[in-house]
Design a protein around this ligand. Sequence first.
Ligand code: ADP
Length: 479
Amino acid sequence: MSLKLKKNKWKFKSIKFRVFLLILIFGITPMMVMRIGILRNFERREVESKTTQIATQAKLLAAQIASSNYLTKQNSEVINAEVVQLSGLYDGRIMIIDENYAIVKDTYDMDEGKIITSNEVVTSFQGKSTSRYDRKLGYLEMTLPITNPTTQKVMGVFVVNMSSNTIMTNYEYYRGQANIFTLILGILIVVGAIAFSELLVVPLKKLRYTLNQRRNGLADEAVNTKGCQEVEDIAEEINGLITSMKVLDESRQEFVSNVSHELKTPITSMKVLADSLLAQEDAPAELYREFMEDIAAEVERESKIISDLLSLVKMDKSAAKPDIALVNINELLEVIMKRIEPIAKTANVELVLESFRPVSAEVDEVKLSLAFSNLIENAVKYNKEEGGWVRVTLNADHQYFYLTVEDSGIGIPEDSINHVFERFYRVDKSHSREIGGTGLGLAITRNSILLHKGAIKVHSELNVGTTFSVRIPLNYINN
Ligand code: ADP
């Protein structure tokens, strides 16, 4: 037995580790999802606001271009200056395309005169504006139609192409902030998860500690762990278990001392008888005979106690499995009655068996026969001296069979009625001993009936009689 308690380690199997992992998963995952969601949303909104900003100004410029002859001559200094200013403002490139898809103005002065037929340009020639954001290549592109104000005909297309650097700079700044925030929150979650999982197992640790103290005999009081309902419940169950183990241990000790006492009594008598014979030098043969008869009676008694004890042990639930077979209970009772008949006759007791119907049940014939014999024998043994009777009845329904053993005997006093099934219990020790009782008969009967998942009840009236009622399932219940 070790006095030391092994430390609660952070093993995968431990509740502590699992709770920690759960908190971590459920704490960090939403945080990461939120972080990504917020940043994405921020980027989308930045792109949208930049796009509307540029679109407003580009639309104004496109309207100006439409109402001038800029597309054919590009001779407006004002428009040229405005185009350059706009491209400068957003650090981008503006291209103006005429109805022949030819670039008439390029603020980068690179592609003027070239033909451009990209999808976006074609779409804008059909009267629609387009905008495209390419995160990887880092640019934002917009195209919008230049529409003749009177004919509503598309005369050209206005293309703005700008780098998304400014958006990304803002984005990176917020991402940095979010990273710091995530790190701090992450550390808080980890620390919180460790603290919480440690705290959660504190009552369990306490429970383990008190149990260990008890096991090692360092504490005797009830296991007591306050603070957590589940652990309190477990502690209560353990206390119940300890109490029933104590009761079991006490009853075992009592049984052992009773057995020793019961076994010693006949031996002491035999020793007294033998010693007194030996003490007389010339004891007559008749005295020898008389004493030897007494010794033989004590030997028989000793042997009866031993055989009853063996029956009791065999009847124990944990002992070997019962030998179950379909038995005709009517016949079984007739055999028992026949065997007891001579004893009843000697005791002047009338024995009656009333079977209300044929009964067959799955039982252990030997064990059940012992139980029934004990009941009927007792009814004869503890009967009145003259004109006594014993009535045995057998009945059944679809589930159980019922046996009653009724007698006109001495009855059992009220304060004893709850004890008669206890091992070695006898209402009147000397009377029971006189008629060869060991106090084990009813304990054997009860164990046998419980082995068959049955029930036994007793009803008695002093000096009127006693009735034992037994109920046993027709089909053996195996568990
Ligand atoms: P015993 O071997 O002494 O008969 P049992 O266990 O069979 O032991 O019975 C326990 C005690 O219960 C008996 O000593 C007796 O006092 C009482 N008892 C049992 N059956 C009857 C009965 N039918 N009528 C009156 N007393 C009974």
